[in-house]
Each structure stands twice: as structure tokens, then as C-alpha cells.
Design a protein around this ligand. Structure first.
Ligand code: 13P
Ligand code: SF4
Length: 365
């Protein structure tokens, strides 16, 4: 085994040189390698992915693959899930360790434990509250859910997960994304006055005992900064220009945006829905810019226009961390017999986290 190659040797390569190295590494590693790519990856990286998807699809693909190496072009929590669902049998690599998710970072184990302890002073959370974590969260939060009768959800199966949760316990503590929790529960008929926001910076979440007792949904005060840029006025303006236009949004958007949209769904659903569009349609899409730009290009030959919802650039800057230089660096290291940037979840955390993930896949596949 040669000494590990350093990222400095790659950071000055242009994209064309990186492409050649990535292609060569893929040929040399063959079936030993699978490159997974989330739909938010920039084109220069997305084109190298052998399998693409939303968070749910990529989790399944990671669980199913026989490849020795999973190189995950996505963000940290996705690579953690890949390691958990593959029982640590695959080597999961995240090309840039700085590729995180700012929303996932809005909740952590200490804060969630504090919340649970504060809830315990008012009610018995292990009897009446199901902790539900969005997959956009650290592995130890999934483990917390697994250890407290809770479950994980993604943007595509949140409804099924909440139905399962409410069939068992009367309340849900949903973290870290308040919007996915609110949008999903609202669609299920939970009134807004039975939803409260837990502000983790304040004692008892900034809520009264009465508010906590009455709430069906306790929503963590977290959000995705990318999706908060989209506003109802953007949809109103679009509808003025295109009265028969169609609007599709990701459920991480706020309630008003989702309510004004014709369709709401995960990145995979957005792609499938717009791909199936009739010619001549105009679409407004409320999700990350790389996905929307790629979709707009793909749909041009079909005479379908795809417009980004905001006049401002709303790009997932952490997904953008994965670039061809980091991808080439990690792959060339694998070829040389070195593993850099391996994501490994300790089994003590992975086991309860896996229980919550398996539950998700069994109740809301
Ligand atoms: P998907 O479930 O559509 O992959 O969404 C993940 C995400 O991070 C959206 O911001
Ligand atoms: Fe996280 Fe938002 Fe980026 Fe999705 S778009 S990975 S929620 S920061």
C-alpha cells in the first residue's frame, strides 16, 4: 500500500483532468465500487454517480449493494445512514468531510435529551410521545429514537411514519425540521393550534405546561435555510404570468408555500412529476438550484419550461462541497489501496439507529 495521496495534489487539477482520473478509477475498481449521488449534487459530480436518488432511495440502494466501497456524493448524515444500513460491511466514503447539513446541525443529542427530560417533568414521554427524527440528523439522534420507541422518516414517507406514530402514542416530538413536521401533520388534519414549536434555546422550549399538554405535534425549531428563501409571493407572481402553470415544492418549504403549490414531494418525486409533464407546460419548482437547473435543461427538448422559485440563488452550499477534485482524490486513494474520509458509526450508536431506520422501512417503505 502506497502512502495516502493528499488533497493538495488534486485541488489545482481542472475539472477535465479530474474527470479523466475519476473515469479511470471507476474502470479499475469496477464492481468493487458504487458511487451514489443525491439529486442536489452539482452536474460536474452528479454525472459520475452510478446511482442517483433522494434520501430514501439512496438509503435503500446503500442497503442493497454488494460493492466493497460506497462513495457517497451527498452529505454527512447520508453517508452515516449508508454505513448503518450496510452493517459496517461496506467502506463508506464521503469525498469532503465538510459536506454536512445545516438543518441536521440544529438538533443534537444533548439538546434532545434536555427536551425529553423537560417533557418528563410534565408528562411521561416514553408512554405518550413518539420521537420522530427526519433522516437529516446525526446518527446518535436516530439512535435516541430507536431507544425511545421512535422512528426515522424522510421527506417521501413522513406521512406513513406519522400515521404509525399517532396509532401508538398520542403525541409526536418531531426534529429537526419543523416545516416537514408541520406540513405533513397539517395534511393529515392536525389543526395548527395543536402544534407547538419547541425552542431549544429556552427553558421548557419556551412553552407553558398547558401548551405542551394540549399539543399533538411538538415541532423542533429547526429549518433548512435553502428552502426558507422560497416565499408565497414567488408563487403568486408566477401564477400571474402563467395562469395555467404548475407549482411543485419540497416539503421543507414553509406551510404557505406548500399550501399554494399544486404538488409537494421529495426530490425524487419532483423529478418524476416534472419528467412526466405534458409538452407546453410551465413549471415553478421550489427546491435547490442545481436540481432545478438540471431539470430545466432536461425538459427543454420536450418544450416544457422549468423555473426556479426564487429570484435569489438558493443552493445547498454543503452539498456543493463535493467537487470533482475531492471525488478524484478519494477514488485515486481507493485505487492505491488507501481509504480516506471513511464514515464509520460506532456499533453502540448504529444498532439502535438501525432499529429506527428498519422500522421506518417496514412501516413506510
Ligand atoms: P430528499 O428527501 O428529497 O432527498 O431531501 C433531502 C434534503 O436534504 C432536502 O433538502
Ligand atoms: Fe440540509 Fe437544506 Fe442542504 Fe437539504 S438543502 S442537505 S436540508 S442544508
Amino acid at each position: 500500500m502506497a502512502a495516502a495521496l493528499k488533497i493538495d495534489q488534486f485541488s489545482l487539477l481542472d475539472d477535465g483532468e479530474c474527470d479523466a482520473r475519476i473515469d479511470a478509477a471507476k474502470r479499475l475498481l469496477g464492481d468493487r465500487l458504487v458511487i451514489l449521488g443525491h439529486h442536489y449534487q452539482r452536474n460536474e459530480v452528479y454525472k459520475h454517480a452510478q446511482l442517483t436518488g433522494d434520501s430514501l432511495k439512496l438509503s435503500r440502494l446503500a442497503a442493497e449493494t454488494d460493492a466493497e466501497f460506497i462513495v457517497f456524493c451527498g452529505v454527512h448524515f447520508m453517508a452515516e445512514v449508508a454505513d448503518i444500513v450496510s452493517f459496517g460491511k461496506r467502506t463508506v466514503v464521503l469525498p469532503d468531510l465538510a459536506a454536512g447539513c445545516s438543518m441536521a446541525d440544529m438538533a443534537n443529542l444533548a439538546k434532545v435529551r434536555k427536551c425529553w427530560a423537560e417533557l418528563s417533568e410534565i408528562l411521561d414521554p416514553d408512554e405518550i410521545v413518539t420521537p420522530v427524527t427526519y433522516i437529516n440528523s446525526a446518527a446518535d439522534l436516530k439512535a435516541f429514537c430507536g431507544s425511545h420507541g421512535g422512528i426515522v422518516c424522510t421527506s417521501s414517507n413522513a406521512r406513513g411514519v406519522l400515521e404509525w406514530s399517532f396509532a401508538r402514542r398520542e403525541k409526536v416530538l418531531f426534529f429537526p425540521d419543523q416545516h416537514l413536521g408541520r406540513n405533513t401533520a397539517y395534511k393529515m388534519g392536525v389543526p395548527l393550534d395543536e402544534m407547538v414549536v419547541w425552542d431549544f434555546t429556552r427553558p421548557q422550549g419556551g412553552l407553558t405546561v398547558d401548551q405542551i399538554r394540549k399539543a399533538k405535534m411538538i415541532l423542533w425549531k429547526g429549518h433548512c435555510s435553502v428552502h426558507q428563501m422560497f416565499q408565497p409571493a414567488h408563487i403568486d407572481n408566477f401564477r400571474k404570468q402563467h395562469p395555467d402553470g404548475l407549482v411543485i415544492s419540497h416539503p421543507e418549504n414553509n406551510l404557505e408555500v406548500c399550501e399554494k403549490s399544486d404538488f409537494v414531494g421529495s426530490t425524487e418525486t419532483i423529478l418524476k412529476t416534472v419528467h412526466a409533464s405534458e409538452p407546453g407546460k410551465h413549471w415553478l419548482v421550489g427546491t435547490e438550484l442545481n436540481l432545478v437547473n438540471r431539470l430545466a435543461e432536461e425538459m427543454k427538448p420536450k418544450n416544457v419550461t422549468v423555473q426556479f422559485m426564487s429570484p435569489m440563488v438558493c443552493m445547498c452550499s454543503t452539498m456543493f462541497r463535493v467537487d470533482p477534485q475531492h471525488l478524484a482524490w478519494t477514488l485515486d486513494n481507493l485505487v492505491a489501496g488507501n481509504t480516506v474520509n471513511r464514515i464509520r458509526v460506532p456499533e453502540a450508536v448504529a444498532e439502535p439507529a438501525r432499529a429506527a431506520l428498519d422500522l421506518m422501512l417496514s412501516v413506510a417503505p
